[in-house]
Design a binder for this molecule. Structure first.
Ligand code: NAI
Ligand code: MG
Length: 353
């Protein structure tokens, strides 16, 4: 098979990790007879500073024919975060109906969790985050700027279609995994949107009698991610709650730099997009020390989505082998002093072993 992949490195360490990881993904695919052609797009904050927009007006048209998109991260110290996010990532996820943001949290052997007492494999859950609406709907406004009666309204939007679009794959995943789904909600305080959300979870659950459903309010869920992370299997959450919980998920798996992410159009009408959970990391950008493994694992999830399971497993397995090897190079966030490229170079060896 052959695939055309759009590559958008973006900003900051997004560039550093994508530069290091892209050749590895192409090589890993080739080793399994899969041909990958990449087309690079220099969209992001530098383009915004030079030309006034993060991506061209016809950006989505240009991406539409690709089989998948690989994204680094966006975010620049000189550009407000709401401009960078709303200028690139959100238009793509929303425009391409990428309703499902699937984010696994796996504690790999050889990685130390900041939580005491957990060994490799003890923590292994996957969060299904609604990715196109909810609290990140672009609905609201700001009036009377600078006056005493200044007001801002930010509305949350929950639709049946986009909620079902994430809840159903979450149940599907739970029935294929350990049969447990945790619904993260806040329906005590948000009696419209989140009660609707809970109703849809309850409706869909009837199609999956084999899946046990646990309901947690998001505040309690945050505490339980720390107190009993080993008990989660599949977690389904709204856009904001899923966003917050998956940084916590990255933290407890040892580093945000290890955490992979996907933005999936379940209908497969449009290309899906794959990226690490982390952002452009102002504090370490330009130093060549970013952990590239979250991006490698995102690449693994990309090949899984494309149906290339052998490539997906080779990449995931190589990362697991490397992390389990105490002599292998590792970046500072997981206790080493290696550079980004030293990690990907070594990973090439693990891939060919
Ligand atoms: P961040 O995820 O960039 O960084 C949080 C912390 O984790 C930092 O201390 C950073 O050094 C560390 N970290 C992140 N990735 C790492 C890696 N691969 N290796 C080692 N350490 C790593 O989040 P932050 O600092 O809140 O945001 C920085 C910028 O990124 C902002 O402009 C924000 O809007 C943007 N952002 C973009 C995202 C995206 O493009 N999908 C996601 C999250 C943030
Ligand atoms: Mg986030």
């Amino acid at each position: 098979m052959s695939y055309d992949i759009a590559v958008i490195p973006g900003d900051g360490i997004g560039n550093e990790v994508v530069d290091a990881v892209e050749p590895l993904l192409v090589d890993a695919a080739a080793a399994h007879g899969v041909d990958v052609a990449t087309t690079w797009f220099d969209w992001g904050s530098q383009r915004y500073l030079d030309e006034g927009s993060m991506m061209p007006e016809d950006g989505l048209d240009r991406l539409e024919s690709f089989d998948a998109i690989l994204l680094g991260a966006v975010g620049h110290p000189d550009v407000p975060d709401h401009v960078t996010l709303r200028g690139l990532r959100l238009p793509i996820t929303k425009g391409f109906n990428q309703h499902v943001c699937k984010r696994p949290s796996h504690l790999f052997e050889g990685v130390r969790s900041p939580l005491r007492g957990y060994e490799g494999g003890d923590i292994d859950f996957v969060v299904y985050r609604q990715n196109t609406e909810g609290e990140y709907a672009d609905v609201g406004g700001r009036e009377h700027r600078g006056f005493g009666n200044e007001v801002a309204v930010q509305a949350s939007v929950f639709t049946r279609e986009a909620t079902e679009a994430v809840v159903r794959p979450a149940f599907e995943a739970a029935s294929e995994r350990d049969g447990k789904l945790t619904n993260v909600t806040k329906s005590n305080a948000q009696a419209h949107g989140m009660v609707f959300w809970d109703d849809i979870v309850a409706e869909v659950s009837e199609e999956y009698p084999d899946v046990e459903v646990e309901r947690l309010l998001v505040d309690a869920a945050s505490m339980d991610f720390v107190r009993r992370p080993d008990e989660f299997d599949v977690v389904v959450a709204s856009n904001l709650f899923g966003d917050i919980l998956t940084d916590l998920g990255g933290g407890i798996m040892g580093s945000l730099g290890l955490a992979p992410s996907t933005n999936i159009d379940p209908s497969r009408e449009f290309p899906s997009m794959f990226e690490p959970v982390h952002g452009s990391a102002f504090d370490i950008m330009g130093q060549g020390i970013a952990n590239p493994l979250g991006t490698v694992l995102s690449g693994s999830l990309m090949f899984e989505h494309l149906g290339e399971d052998a490539v997906a497993e080779a990449l995931w397995g190589a990362v697991a082998d490397q992390l389990a090897d105490p002599d292998a190079p590792r970046t500072a966030d997981i206790g080493g002093d290696a550079k980004t490229v030293a990690v990907t170079d070594d990973l090439c060896d693990h891939l060919t072993e």
